[in-house]
Design a protein around this ligand. Sequence first.
Ligand code: FMN
Length: 182
Amino acid sequence: MRTLILYSSTDGHTIKICQFLQKIIERQGDEISLISVERESDIDLQDYDRVIIGASIRYGKHSPLIVDFINNNAAMLDTLPNAFFSVNLVARKPEKRAPDTNPYLKILLKQISWKPMQLAVFAGKLDYPRYKFRDRLMIRLIMWMTGGPTDRNAVVEFTDWKQVEGFGRLVSQMKQSPTAST
Ligand SMILES: Cc1cc2nc3c(=O)[nH]c(=O)nc-3n(C[C@H](O)[C@H](O)[C@H](O)COP(=O)(O)O)c2cc1C
């Protein structure tokens, strides 16, 4: 099967998660295209048998490019086995890591008509040294307010890789188009 993994990532952590998923899916001999949403004009969904979309959160939002891609391709997405995952720091708290408890995923699902067959929320990476001054200040303030790390040198990967692995196994099993199963 040919799988498209489409992503939006600012600092590369969502790409790392996508590459991890890619390895799991490739184990069964499937072909993967890992493509940034910035290159969405190169994509023809008809070329694929399965689609996974992943996007990180920046200041409360998924990239508008991802939202637009989903809205412009909702009908086609529904014809393929499909999945979506969100990456954010709120999800470092296990009680905010489920599709129905993560505020960003809940908002996204209201903005789009597509109903992904599989959903996941992964905790992201905190990397203060990498951030620009203003971003570091803002994220430290948010972390201070929510009980997270505030040391300006902190680099913490909160991602639960076992959770990502479980999701990878699940999506690599998706073979039938949702319309074909109804
Ligand atoms: C400028 C900036 C703003 C962010 N805003 C949020 C936010 O509003 N909520 C949240 O949970 N995480 C927020 N994050 C955390 C990112 O979602 C997290 O670091 C994620 O791993 C980034 O993935 P990426 O490297 O693929 O973009 C923010 C990170 C940065 C750098």
